[in-house]
Design a protein around this ligand. Structure first.
Ligand SMILES: *[C@@H]1O[C@H](CO)[C@@H](O)[C@H](O)[C@H]1NC(C)=O
Ligand SMILES: *[C@@H]1O[C@H](CO)[C@@H](O)[C@H](O)[C@H]1NC(C)=O
Ligand SMILES: *[C@@H]1O[C@H](CO)[C@@H](O)[C@H](O)[C@H]1NC(C)=O
Ligand SMILES: *[C@@H]1O[C@H](CO)[C@@H](O)[C@H](O)[C@H]1NC(C)=O
Ligand SMILES: *[C@@H]1O[C@H](CO)[C@@H](O)[C@H](O)[C@H]1NC(C)=O
Ligand SMILES: *[C@@H]1O[C@H](CO)[C@@H](O)[C@H](O)[C@H]1NC(C)=O
Ligand SMILES: *[C@@H]1O[C@H](CO)[C@@H](O)[C@H](O)[C@H]1NC(C)=O
Ligand SMILES: *[C@@H]1O[C@H](CO)[C@@H](O)[C@H](O)[C@H]1NC(C)=O
Ligand SMILES: *[C@@H]1O[C@H](CO)[C@@H](O)[C@H](O)[C@H]1NC(C)=O
Ligand SMILES: *[C@@H]1O[C@H](CO)[C@@H](O)[C@H](O)[C@H]1NC(C)=O
Ligand SMILES: *[C@@H]1O[C@H](CO)[C@@H](O)[C@H](O)[C@H]1NC(C)=O
Ligand SMILES: *[C@@H]1O[C@H](CO)[C@@H](O)[C@H](O)[C@H]1NC(C)=O
Length: 641
């Protein structure tokens, strides 16, 4: 852009004025312009190492005071005026300070969080890891009586303090509790602790004996409590242990809890509603696979660290009763827990992309379980500790959460073995017919199924290559489907049909659970009930596996197969060229449909499909378009090319 002579002159004089003004600022710096120095803090410094104890001397030219925002106020003036008012046995807690204490039944511990401890340290921004100010400023700015009385001046720090009142997030976890007096006592849970909170100056010792109108009592729920309150004055709170009947409990064992007040967020929290946070995929007699919901919304989102951990516990064991929402209690007493304390051997974790949209889940493979047992699995996220915070400014302290338990069980016998981590059938993660003698672990068994599915796939691929896929739409076999649709449909069908989803033979009969291989003996040499043999052993659908290789190579003994969903077959017939000859059995055809395919009933796991799991709310990854098709049907056999 060209400037006219007049404009150029104006621009020149404006620039000159600005430069003059800057020169003035440099020569005569105004005394209040402290904020400008913030940028000088080298962000990589270890703040704690740089900090030093503040002396009481007041010196305007004094050294610059650099400290972490997490310090506790220890100003002589200030301490005496505030704490002097509280009862003697009140413990002052700072922001994000972990208070761990024993508590005998019937005893109450009282704490105070000083409103002034927020205002005197308030940096307003979690990304600012240190404050820089002259010592004198601290002394001058000490609020004498809480936030309300503070003078408004023009310094930037005070302006920040005037912003909306902060909230105090109080959370606590029970870590220990009285044990049952006898192992037989399994029905009564230990009584819960109670949190009392008071912001009234009249009630500085909240608890069971104080006036109920001046305080709020919140009993712990399964060993955890959350309470928040605005910090416009000092907050008094106490944790009180109930009286415990020595008839039912060993009262020599005290309660033990961790209490954390925080101005950022709850240090410990728990989720109150059960909504499929942890999903049981499948299990065999000694292991189970559980997964989270999708953690990402798009396939290109990358999760670099495993966000969650898992606790698992036998439902017959009472040790975690009363502490199921307590991260601390579960860390101490859950039978299976994958913490960094060396107890993680039974859990293998990983991230897995799956589903049509390639979204990420976290998965937990839990081993070392007892057969024929019922378990609960509890998903949790560990709170971020203050020591971790310095390395990673993005995460603030706390944020621990415990989700609602998911129940799962293990199979009674060893006929089925859980496999996962196949290459072609990447969504196949369930128990399959196995043989503990020939295939001692899931890895070896998975290799067999991998080899088989890969062989079938390469045969299919050879045939598909003879189909005009890449030609003009006139020559294509279908306007609606292309070869990629056919490949996907075949893969889904093959993985569900060639790798049967297995249940032990003793599993009670239900719809779409098909007996297989009943003529063979069990591993211990016995055979199935003679009545059954007489009725069914002459039928191929009962006396063998659908995939004959399984009977030859694995020799699993009798088992039951959860049939694949019929929609997988319909989708295949619709998506692939008619010349490939795929057909599906007619529903109602004698021993065709009923022994080959199942149907989705509601949201239950009534038939097998890629990605199927024990979804609580019936969320299904099956696409609805496959249902309700009755046009394309004929008897169908395993594709052997
Ligand atoms: C617990 O028992 C003692 C003595 O029996 C009694 O004084 C106290 O009030 C009881 N506390 C509660 C919270 O019930
Ligand atoms: C995914 O989207 C939902 C709703 O839009 C949102 O609440 C959630 O935070 C998003 N999750 C992630 C990981 O971005
Ligand atoms: C999913 O992601 C994997 C690897 O990240 C990629 O190989 C695959 O093609 C993706 N699938 C889809 C459907 O986007
Ligand atoms: C398995 O059973 C034994 C004996 O009943 C029991 O001691 C053990 O705690 C159980 N382990 C698990 C993980 O359920
Ligand atoms: C903090 O988050 C920003 C973006 O949200 C990212 O660019 C940066 O790398 C993160 N820093 C750390 C230490 O994780
Ligand atoms: C899954 O298989 C890959 C190689 O195919 C292997 O590197 C990885 O360790 C396996 N994962 C598990 C959990 O076994
Ligand atoms: C699984 O079994 C095979 C032998 O079939 C053995 O070589 C391998 O080490 C076993 N793997 C594990 C993890 O036990
Ligand atoms: C894979 O399967 C084919 C036949 O299906 C068999 O001949 C071959 O030996 C198998 N390979 C392995 C490594 O099991
Ligand atoms: C043999 O094994 C089957 C299935 O595992 C079981 O039902 C049966 O009770 C066993 N019989 C004996 C005598 O152990
Ligand atoms: C075999 O099963 C039938 C019915 O399923 C039952 O009536 C019969 O008692 C069983 N026989 C034996 C020996 O268990
Ligand atoms: C299984 O059934 C087929 C056909 O129904 C029959 O030919 C075969 O002999 C049976 N096998 C056994 C072991 O009973
Ligand atoms: C197949 O199952 C359906 C529904 O369960 C039933 O009505 C039908 O009689 C069965 N057909 C045969 C041949 O068993």
């Amino acid at each position: 852009m060209q400037l006219s002579p007049l404009q150029s002159r104006l621009a020149a004089s404006v620039i000159a004025s600005c430069l003059l003004f800057l020169l003035y600022l440099v020569l005569f710096p105004p005394q209040f312009a402290l904020a400008a120095e913030l940028d000088l803090i080298p962000t990589t410094y270890d703040v704690a190492a740089l900090g030093y104890e503040r002396e009481d001397e007041v010196d305007t030219s004094g050294p610059v005071d650099l400290r972490s925002p997490k310090y506790d106020p220890e100003f002589a003036l200030f301490d005496r005026s505030i704490i002097g008012r509280a009862a003697d046995n009140v413990i002052t807690l700072g922001d994000n300070q972990l208070e761990r204490s024993n508590l005998a039944p019937g005893v109450t511990m009282t704490y105070v969080f000083l409103a002034s401890s927020v205002s005197s340290r308030e940096a307003g921004d979690t990304k600012v890891s240190a404050e820089l100010r002259r010592s004198l400023d601290d002394a001058e700015e000490l609020p004498v009586d809480g936030l309300e009385d503070e003078d408004v001046t023009s310094t930037p720090e005070l302006e920040r303090r005037q912003q909306a009142t902060k909230t105090l997030w109080i959370s606590a976890n029970t870590c220990e509790q009285p044990w049952p007096a006898s192992p037989a006592q399994t029905t009564i849970e230990p009584p819960q602790l109670t949190l009392y909170v008071s912001t009234s100056a009249e009630n500085t010792s909240p608890g069971p004996l104080a006036n109920a109108n001046s305080q709020k009592a919140t009993p712990f729920t399964q060993g955890a409590v959350m309470f928040n309150v605005p910090i416009n004055r000092d907050v008094y709170f106490s944790v009180s242990a109930p009286n415990v009947s020595s008839e039912n409990f060993d009262t020599t064992r005290q309660y033990n809890f961790i209490l954390v007040p925080s101005t950022d967020q709850y240090y410990y929290s728990y989720d109150t509603k059960a909504d499929d946070d942890l999903i049981w995929v499948d299990s065999d007699a000694g292991a189970a696979l559980l997964q989270t919901k999708y953690l990402t919304n798009t396939s290109d989102e990358v999760i670099s660290t495993l966000p969650y951990i898992i606790f698992a516990h036998n439902q017959n064991n009472v040790m975690i009763n009363g502490m199921r929402n307590s991260y601390c209690g579960l860390s101490n007493y859950a039978q299976i827990r994958n913490l960094d304390d060396g107890s993680s051997g039974q859990v293998t974790m990983g991230l897995k992309k799956s589903g049509e949209k390639n979204l990420t889940r976290q998965e937990f493979y839990v081993t070392g379980l007892n057969a024929s047992s019922n378990y609960i699995g509890i998903l949790a996220r560990a709170p971020v500790e203050s020591t971790q915070k310095r390395q990673d400014d993005n995460s603030s302290i706390g944020g621990g959460i415990v989700f609602q338990p998911t129940t799962f069980d293990t199979k009674p016998e060893g006929a089925c073995t859980f496999i996962f981590n196949l290459t072609l059938c990447d969504e196949t993660q369930y128990a399959v017919p196995g043989n503990a003698q020939k295939f001692p672990n899931g890895t070896a068994l998975a290799a067999f199924y991998e080899n088989y599915t890969q062989t079938m796939w390469s045969n299919f691929d050879k045939v598909l290559q003879q189909v005009p896929c890449e030609t003009s739409s006139v020559a294509k076999y279908s306007l609606a489907r292309d070869c990629d649709d056919c490949k996907t449909a075949y893969k889904n069908w093959l993985c569900s049909v060639a790798v049967p989803r297995c249940e032990d033979f003793s599993t009670p009969d239900r719809k779409y659970l098909q007996m297989r291989n009943i003529a063979a003996p069990f591993p211990n040499g016995t055979t199935v009930n003679q009545t059954l043999l007489d009725d069914y052993s002459h039928l191929k659908a009962y006396n063998s596996s659908r995939n004959p290789m399984i009977d030859q190579e694995i020799e699993p003994g009798p088992y039951k197969e959860l049939l694949p969903c019929e929609s997988l077959c319909y989708e295949l017939v619709q998506s692939c060229p008619a010349s490939m000859g795929f057909t599906c059995p007619r529903p109602g055809s004698e021993f065709g449909f009923n022994t080959s395919y199942g149907r989705q009933i509601g949201g239950s796991l009534s038939c097998n499909y890629p990605g199927s799991a024990h979804f609580l709310n019936g969320a299904s990854t099956l696409s609805a378009s496959c249902f309700g098709l009755v046009g394309l049907i004929a008897v169908f056999f395993m594709l052997v090319l």
